[in-house]
Design a protein around this ligand. Sequence first.
Ligand code: ATP
Length: 363
Amino acid sequence: MVFRLHKEESACVMETEAAFVLLKNVSKVFNGKVEAVSRISLNVEQGEFFSLLGPSGCGKSTILRIIAGLEAPDSGEVIIGGSPVAGSRWIPPEKRGVGLVFQDYALFPHMTIFDNIAFGLKGCGRKESNRRVEEMLEIVGLAGMAKRYPHELSGGQQQRVALARALAPFPKVMLLDEPFSNLDADLRVELRTETKQILKGKGITTILVTHDQEEAFSLSDRIGVLNHGRLEQVGTPSEIYHKPVSRFTAGFVGKADFIGGRIQNGALISDAGVFRCPECVSLEERDVDIMIRPDDVDFAPDEGGDALISDVQFLGPEVSYRLELRNGMAVHSIKPSTIVYAAGKRVKIYVDPTHIIVFPKEV
Ligand code: ATP
């Protein structure tokens, strides 16, 4: 479903269809030397929930600010719903049809919740504005709190108001800059699930900026992994996790162990075992590094096994084991905590060969 206005409301908002967002070769350098964004090209589809994921300082917020029009790119073009908004021409932020929600809510402290949400509806008549604010309060679960001031609400409630305020003008695109990171763990999970339901339910194209891999995985249709202003990889959460194209992505999204190996006669020979991984068949004989994730490693007690349990971490539903190989390197294994094996036990390792990723040997 997308927002659609009745005819008599048309003075309120011109365009109400969710829009795709296209970035073509966008770059931004600060102070002549900090290359915050480097030749980013990206297509976020209409109605898609897309996350920009990366460590602090990798350029996530700058990309969002460029899409919003709060920052101008040095080169490249930004297109929203087919219309250029930066590059070949400049459309100011208030005319781009984007909603923005920040980490710090940024509510007006001297205004009631009602007036905060109504703030972006100045073009609407009073009747339509009031109706829309009531609808937004209902959507974010704050009906009845209209007369309160921001300081009379909890952090989670204030963030809901920020979302309602951004939703009220029926944006074509919603931009979320770490909106959940100030909230405690339970509330964060609850609010992000609600937020996704609301935005997906309304069919709004959404771009979320986050450094939290779990948050990106749980919310996104696709993720763009950023490193030093460059897009390392774009893909579904499963592609990013199971088929990382770089060591950076492999290490940033989830735990990954790298161990040495050699491709020989189409097989992968390593200290963790010999594997017939599908991609090894077509590779020439050479030394490689292989990436293995803990959830792809299983083991069984075996006195003649090649690994030793060197550390055991009980995590509640799961146990994380460090398995030391004969050459001193280690891989990790995650297993349900219904059985817990003790450190010091010798084991035989089993790895799912379809999930092994081969990288050129790092020298
Ligand atoms: P965080 O997760 O910590 O918010 P980020 O990935 O969003 O980081 P940005 O805020 O986009 O990163 O910053 C990217 C780089 O550009 C950083 O090195 C930052 O210091 C620099 N930067 C951002 N804004 C400016 C500015 N206005 N002037 C100078 N440098 C800036």
